[in-house]
Design a binder for this molecule. Structure first.
Ligand code: 2RA
Length: 340
């Protein structure tokens, strides 16, 4: 199969190449795509070198699927052009996520919404993905009324410039700033821009995307998203109020049986999820599972996952794997009559 990775030289794009190779996605021909200034550079995939091409050239090569991680405005401009050429786009930007006509998919939760007609499929925000993977099995059983989440997010979510800022600060070097403030030895309670309601865009992504992915507008979510000086993954403290009461042992059982989740919860051993361990893993790790003793039917837990993997690249590749399994992806794009 011909597979394009758009934004192939960025942090997420590089991780997409790594995940495609690791999971043995049937890539016969890789088409790395990047901005004009990277065209002609070489990218390595499974021991072979591939030249980075432009958007237009990538469309002409007719990949069956294009994994996009090139930012919202690039995606708004180019995803429809790929789609019109019969190429299935799985897009990691926020451009299409809340478009009612585009599916927003976490395979463990709502792969069933996908059909052969979907040519632009949105990959959700990283902090939302890991949360809904852990919420879904509990929602099915007890019905979620309200979620209060506070995040502790890795600098890799911002991109390479932020990783460089952290490393430069640690090494005492001058350099470009990805954030307004130092990030080393600091905590920044702002991710993305502020909106009129006083929340950040990242916080509202968690609110709105959760409802769309879980297919339930009645779930109330409130969020505080925070950047911390780590690189391994995002962590989340989540407080969940259910319609029905739960049994704590059953909660742990449901989570440990759910796809994509690893429960790490042994307080006596001081065992709980941490970004240090979640780094370079594809699963969502859940621990610190305990009853909120201040009100009925309410649970606290701690969720950690590698935001570049399950929060971005792995989720996108899993969507492609699902399409492949369902026979939706062809070897190369089928050009529509109008184009051919
Ligand atoms: C972040 N959610 O961590 C973003 C990345 N998509 O900043």
């Amino acid at each position: 199969m011909k597979v394009a990775v758009v934004g192939a030289t960025g942090l997420v794009g590089t991780k997409m190449l790594q995940v495609l190779a690791e999971r043995n996605f049937p890539v016969d021909e890789l088409i790395p795509v990047a901005s004009e200034k990277s065209v002609g550079k070489e990218v390595e995939f499974k021991g072979k070198k591939y030249k980075v091409v432009s958007m237009q050239d990538a469309i002409a090569l007719k990949p069956a699927v294009a994994l996009f991680s090139a930012g919202g405005s690039t995606s708004l401009e180019w995803a429809p052009k790929f789609a019109e050429a019969g190429i299935t786009v799985i897009d990691n930007s926020s451009a299409w996520r809340m478009d009612p006509a585009k599916p927003l998919v976490v395979p463990e939760v709502n792969a069933n919404v996908l059909s052969a007609d979907d040519k632009i499929i949105a990959n959700p925000n990283c902090s939302t993905i890991q949360m809904v993977v852990a919420l879904q099995p509990l929602h099915k059983k007890y019905g979620i009324k309200r979620v209060v989440v506070s995040t502790y997010q890795s600098v890799t979510g911002t991109g390479k410039k932020a990783v460089d800022q952290l490393n430069n600060e640690r090494d005492g070097k001058e350099g470009e700033m990805a954030y307004k403030y130092p990030i080393d030895l600091n905590v920044i309670p702002q991710i993305d821009v502020f909106l009129d309601n006083g929340y950040t865009k990242e916080e509202m992504k968690m609110v709105n995307e959760t409802k769309k992915i879980m297919g339930d507008d009645s779930i109330r979510v409130t969020s505080t998203t925070v950047r911390i000086p780590v690189v391994g993954g995002h962590s989340e403290s989540v407080n969940i109020e259910f319609e029905a009461d739960f049994d704590l042992a059953e909660v742990k059982q449901l989570l440990s049986e759910a796809p994509g989740i690893v429960v790490q919860d042994e307080p006596s051993q001081q065992l709980y999820p941490m970004p240090l361990w979640a780094h370079e893993k594809d699963e969502v790790f859940v621990g610190r599972i305990r009853r909120d003793e201040t009100q009925p039917n309410t649970l606290n837990m701690w969720i950690v996952s590698d935001n570049l993997r399950k929060g971005a690249a792995t989720n996108a590749v899993q969507i492609a794997e699902y399409l492949l399994e369902k026979g939706i992806l062809q070897k190369e794009a089928e050009l529509s009559a109008a184009i051919s």
